[in-house]
Design a protein around this ligand. Sequence first.
Ligand SMILES: [Zn+2]
Length: 286
Amino acid sequence: MLRSEDGAHWARVSAPRRLGTTLPLCHLARAHFLFTTIMQTKRCSSCLSGAWGNRSTIGKSCDIAGDFLMFIGHFGIGFGAKSVAPGVSLGSLFLAAQFIDLLWPTLLLLGFERVRIAPGATHVTPLVFEHYPISHSLLAVLFWALLVGGLYYYIRRERIGAAVLGVLVASHWALDAIVHRPDLPIFPGSSLMIGLNLWSSLPLTLVIEVSLFVIGVWLYIRTTTPIDSIGKWGLWGLILFLLVIYAGNLFGSPPPSSTAIAWVGQLQWLLVLWGYWIDKHRSRQT
Ligand SMILES: [Zn+2]
């Protein structure tokens, strides 16, 4: 009953009859948000059908997973940095590694930056980053790196932690420069754009991102030990959640609008909080 060749099954099955309406499924899904993201990623056959080019319309019910723009390589680097700066919470490491992607949704909503959705633009993401000088130009990122590292040093007086956080902020740009098309400006207003376009290959992207993630998680697990069940299962829950969302990014249908991306993108702050929460329930390996 869940299956149908045209993908309409999802709407028929999921739209509760008691509502007495034919609401498009994506609206219902938005109400259920993260939980629905996972369920859609698992159950919607059209989500699993292949490259961006042929997922254009039938997968409307799978939109949320695609809206949650998140690339796990950055989180992998955040996890791994714990081995260099064990005194810094995983939440702070995530905050730094994802800092410019955490700023970006707000800048989109404020109209300072722009993204366009073009299915097929790359093999990995349908997003065309048209203008993002404040969050993603090299010069701005160096400023953000100094700011994050400097603030941490001001608050904690801890040099290694501050340096690691600053490097993490900059590492985001470096990793983006490997995978993005040439769309990363050197400075706001610059016409020179950087990007090695690894996203032109889905297998290569997967190898790099998943490897970074696995190595990072391994380093984190090697550096810390759970002090209770939250420290253990909270971590595995986070790992699974990140992988499911990443799969939704890669194999879900394109997001409906840049505004949707921006709002769903704000949920990344919850991942930062999740990092702080887990880290409180784990201690350093001795
Ligand atoms: Zn980015």
